[in-house]
Design a binder for this molecule. Structure first.
Ligand SMILES: O=C[C@H](O)[C@H](O)[C@H](O)COP(=O)(O)O
Length: 227
């Protein structure tokens, strides 16, 4: 079993009958969704899923997981999602798969958030992984210029065919290749990004995660984050 599968299956043990479950996106959350599908089919688990991307929606429908949209539920009991980087103070970068907007909406309406990662995602400071910024196409060149002027090394994300990547909401992604974001500067950066017109959302997920499940060796490590 690989580390992503290990943490996906472990996270599924936090899901019980009757829950409304946020289903994350990416190659790690994939295994969580598979395990929930298996438990529904084999053990009669009864849950309602809220997906965070079109890709996860497709996977969940294929597994006969009952789904509702975030607007059809009063709240989400628990959301399980991957992450691109988690710092030593448990702040995160997400959006490597371009799903940050729906992921943040679902996460911020969840009573509990679990992140599942292999140990390579645990870092001292964020920023080695480029920080994804979802922007409206109109005016995106102006934002690129602004980020450039600030020395944030922005790059418009392209598809494998060299087209501008479009998110599930038909926006673009600008990745900021900053190399490092000191832990004591992360909130300041997030607040500044929040002020920019044309920025829909950014990939800094701050003070959101409650539990981190890390895949390492032969068994996962679970860390409950106290804030
Ligand atoms: O937009 C994508 C999400 O934030 C993913 O959860 C994140 O990129 C981690 O994905 P993976 O588990 O494939 O590394």
């Amino acid at each position: 079993m690989n580390l992503k599968q290990m943490v996906g299956i472990e996270a599924a043990t936090h899901v019980t009958d009757g829950m409304i479950v946020g289903l994350g996106t990416g190659s790690t959350a994939y295994y969580l969704v598979e395990e929930i599908g298996r438990r529904i089919a084999e053990e009669g688990l009864s849950i309602t899923g809220v997906t965070t991307s079109k890709a996860t929606e497709k996977q969940a429908l294929g597994l006969n997981i009952p789904l509702k949209s975030i607007d059809e539920v009063p709240y989400v009991d628990i959301t399980v999602d991957g992450a691109d980087e988690i710092s030593s103070d448990y702040q995160g970068i997400k959006g490597g798969g371009a799903a940050l907007l729906f992921e943040k909406i679902v996460a911020s309406n969840s009573k509990k958030n679990i992140w599942i990662v292999d140990e390579s995602k645990m870092v001292e400071t964020l920023g080695k992984f480029p920080l994804p910024i979802e922007v409206i196409p109109y005016g995106s060149q102006q934002l690129l210029k602004k980020f450039e002027e600030k020395g944030l090394n922005p790059k418009l994300r392209l598809t494998a065919d060299n087209e501008r990547l479009k998110t599930d909401s038909d926006n673009y992604i600008i990745d900021l290749h900053m190399e490092t974001i000191p832990n004591n500067k992360v909130k300041q950066l997030a607040s500044w990004l929040d002020t920019l017109t044309g920025v829909v959302e950014h990939g800094l997920f701050l003070d959101i995660v409650d539990t981190v499940i890390i895949g390492k060796g032969t068994s996962p490590e679970t860390i409950n984050v106290s804030r």
